[in-house]
Design a protein around this ligand. Structure first.
Ligand code: FAD
Length: 264
């Protein structure tokens, strides 16, 4: 089976995010970048499919030069080859532009199945996977927490309110991966994996390599633009409930919850 995993590089969850002077973008200097955690889950799911049935696993990302580090991590975890689409025309691309470019690259690879995160933790639009499936005309199985596939079909499990839903589709298909670290427990890159990664193919492509017109992408081609970015309001300081003993403190807490609305 030929598998493609889409990888987006995002700021580390522990990064301190600063809004740039334009009020529409973030300051990227000094940020630590990681593989979007949901894409790490997708990669782990793909590695398990490959271990079970064989085949090849390619990783694909749209982004600047720094994305190389995340792709090397993916290769060290067990992916066979990596492609990065890096083009100056990509600045300000919206989700549809991103999905259109990823779809063109996927068509060139010709996989049986594409796995990607259900959402990216930075812009968190949860649109890209669904859009890629739509553009390719493939079935889209959303927010999987378990995946099984053979040469013909893929079956996923997803959590719904009070239960589990199982969905099945004929390949080729796209699965967006949800869940959490405890569901997927993505592997760490091993030392032999890190050494092997240096010899695995890593290609960098421009839009023109995919037969796409750069003038139609980036800010110029975006149907959605970021109007503004704002940080959440500062939280007020916590309050320690005073009182002699637990009973007194509980009484004061109950009073404060009733009477000091807005204080918490
Ligand atoms: C500086 C800056 C400017 C921006 N300007 C605009 C703008 O003007 N208009 C606008 O609409 N958006 C803009 N964006 C948002 C950007 O285009 C989004 O990252 C993109 O739309 C994807 O959405 P998302 O990050 O919410 O991914 P989601 O849709 O939440 O991602 C789901 C999955 O899709 C895959 N995926 C997403 N992006 C990539 C990628 N690049 N490479 C590989 N796989 C990917 C991953 O597997 C990911 O887990 C801007 C972002 C930045 C950082």
């Amino acid at each position: 089976m030929k598998i493609v995993v889409l990888i987006k590089q995002t700021p580390d969850t522990e990064s301190v995010i600063r809004i740039a002077e334009d009020g529409k973008s973030i300051v990227t200097d000094g940020l630590k970048w990681i593989i979007n955690p949901y894409d790490e889950f997708a990669l782990e799911a793909a590695l398990r499919l490959k271990e079970k049935d064989g085949g090849t696993l390619s990783v694909l990302s749209l982004g600047p030069q720094r994305v190389v580090n995340s792709m090397i991590t993916a290769l060290a975890m067990g992916a066979d080859d990596a492609t990065i689409i890096d083009d100056p025309a990509l600045d300000g691309a919206d989700a549809l532009g991103t999905a259109t470019i990823l779809s063109a690259a996927i068509e060139k690879i010709g996989p049986d199945i594409v796995l990607c995160g259900s959402r990216a933790i930075d812009c968190d639009q949860a649109q890209t996977g669904a859009m890629v499936a739509e553009i390719l005309g493939w079935p889209h199985l959303p927010v999987a927490v378990a995946i099984e596939a053979d040469q013909r079909r893929v079956t996923i499990e997803r959590r719904i309110e009070g239960g589990t839903m199982s969905l099945r589709a004929t390949l080729p298909a796209l699965v967006t991966v949800g869940g959490s670290h405890s569901v997927w427990n993505p592997r760490y890159a091993s030392l032999p994996g890190i050494i092997k990664a240096k010899k695995k193919p890593l290609a960098v492509r421009r839009l023109s390599d995919l037969g796409l017109d750069p003038a139609k992408f980036g800010l110029a081609g975006a149907k959605i633009s970021v109007a503004s970015l704002e940080k959440p309001p500062q939280r007020s300081a916590g309050r320690i409930v005073e009182g002699g003993d637990a009973r007194e403190k509980a009484r004061e807490l109950a009073r404060a919850l009733h009477e000091d609305s807005g204080a918490f």
